[in-house]
Design a binder for this molecule. Structure first.
Ligand code: AMP
Ligand code: ZN
Length: 466
């Protein structure tokens, strides 16, 4: 078993992470709000969390991965009422589509996927504990709020002190139902029923209503993973207030460390802009497929940048990733089909090292290509023994599995070189032999315009479809 080094938002340092119980790395990922189709930005976070899990497993650890479904909140309630469906019916529909997208992106299903609707009693119980400890209070209108002034460590995750938090909250406080809080930055644990909630209300010791968003993750993560567990994750937008509030709720109730490690993924932008409905750039997996790409091209593109840096999503990047996957497909064709073992990375060990070093996916992908390129010349010149070829095939299989990458579906078909392209390539090769560099460059451009890349090699050339 090898630990993974990962940046921890709580301590702002890269730390070695291995299971606190010595056996199984237990972690929780905040799941989607299921009121519409998840967008490519959501999938950047889900794909990175999936790679985290795959890499940890590749390094020999067991995992327990819990990802919730957020199905009780303003957006899901409004959506279900507009659709004339029950909250369960409405959110189950969007959850099914989420599962389909996750499957096509090779995102492994979590070991448990609890839904907020099914865990209201656990949330009520946790609120009860906070009330008993004086960490929560009932306001005049009946809602229950968390009293952040009573939790000493509030702000430790987002690295803000309480005055900064209050200042932020004062600026954001504009909802009429929150006027009777003791303090502007206190947040709702139980929202008393209002007409716009329709039938979506549950009985509680404090009256009929529904849980707030933050309490669901505290209640469900602790139910499935225990009061203390290894890692908690989401996109950077969740650091404050959601994760800060989860810490206040959980540590306030138990007096124990909640999650040891906090892993946050920077946002995906589209063509340099923030994604938003008003700009019309909220793309889905379906959109990407309708442009002629495979979902795994999208997965590759989401791994092409380091998770701590914002990533720019463009059609050009998708094109480049499709070509990269095709090059991997060509390499696979040189290998024996049989993979005799599921263990070992062999020549690809440096790729795993890069992944274990703060999930450096861009470096790891670069290494994957340089190693395959070198190995393909050895394969083509017949330098390798059958044992060496077998371990190369096993290592390649295992390294693709760690990334969750698969090979293009119709490799043979898509790489069939038309006669006209072959003729241009031969002309260019002849121009190079004759040292007519200008003509060689002109022909390279002509090939590029026809959608083919010609890569010169020591023993000839290789044509790749762009
Ligand atoms: P939501 O459905 O809004 O609760 O989001 C589900 C997950 O996607 C959360 O972990 C968010 O932080 C994450 N997320 C939302 N927008 C983006 C984005 N543009 N880039 C990366 N992750 C995102
Ligand atoms: Zn959450």
């Amino acid at each position: 078993m090898r630990p993974i080094n990962l940046y921890n938002t709580l301590t702002r340092t890269i730390e070695s992470l291995d299971p606190m119980d010595g056996e199984c790395l237990r972690f929780y990922c905040c799941g989607p709000t299921v009121y519409g189709r998840a967008h490519v930005g959501n999938f950047r976070t889900f794909v990175m969390q999936d790679v985290f899990r795959r890499v940890v497993e590749a390094a020999g650890m067991k995992t327990q991965h819990v990802r919730n479904v957020t199905n009780v909140d303003d957006k899901t309630i409004r959506g279900s009422m507009e659709a004339g469906q029950s909250l369960e019916e409405f959110t189950e529909y969007w959850t099914r589509l989420l599962h389909a997208d996750c499957e096509s992106l090779a995102i492994l299903p979590p070991h448990q996927e609890p839904s907020a609707i099914a865990h209201v009693p656990e949330q009520i119980e946790l609120i009860g504990q906070l009330m008993e400890k004086g960490l929560a209070y009932q306001s005049e209108n009946g809602s229950i709020y968390y009293r952040i002034s009573a939790f000493e460590e509030y702000g430790k995750l987002c690295h803000l002190n309480k005055d900064d938090v209050r200042h932020n909250a004062d600026r954001r406080l504009n909802t009429s139902d929150e006027y009777d809080k003791e303090n502007a930055s206190d947040f709702a644990l139980w929202k008393i029923w209002r007409e716009e909630d329709g039938d979506n209300a549950w009985d509680s010791p404090w009256g009929r209503g529904r849980p707030g968003w933050h309490i669901e993750c505290s209640a469900m993560s602790m139910k499935y993973l225990g009061e203390s567990f290894d890692m908690h994750s989401g996109g950077v937008d969740l650091i404050f207030p959601h994760h800060e509030n989860e810490i206040a709720q959980s540590e306030g109730a138990t007096g124990k460390t909640f999650a040891r490690h906090w892993f946050h993924v920077a946002h995906l932008k589209v063509e340099g802009e923030k994604m938003s409905k008003s700009i019309g750039n909220l793309y889905t997996v379906d959109d990407v497929e309708s442009w002629g790409f495979e979902p795994n091209d999208l997965r590759y593109a989401l791994l092409a940048g380091h998770y701590r840096q914002p990533l720019n999503f463009t059609k050009d990047s998708l094109n480049a990733c499709r070509s990269a996957r095709r090059r991997l497909g060509q390499f696979a064709e040189l290998l024996p089909v049989e993979v005799d073992s599921d263990s070992g990375f062999f020549l690809f060990e440096p790729v795993l090292d890069a992944l274990l070093d703060d999930l450096n996916t861009p470096k790891a992908l670069g290494l994957l290509h340089s190693i395959t390129q070198e190995a393909s010349s050895d394969l083509k010149t017949g330098k390798l023994s059958s044992e060496e070829m077998a371990s190369l095939a096993t290592g390649f299989h295992n390294v693709l599995k760690a990334f969750g990458l698969d090979l293009p579906q119709s490799e043979a078909e898509s790489q069939e070189v038309p006669e006209t392209i072959k003729a241009l390539a031969e002309q260019r090769a002849a121009a190079r032999v004759g040292k007519d560099w200008a003509e060689a460059d002109r022909l390279r451009d002509e090939l590029g315009q026809a959608g083919w890349e010609m890569r010169d090699q020591a023993d000839g050339y290789e044509l790749t479809k762009l």
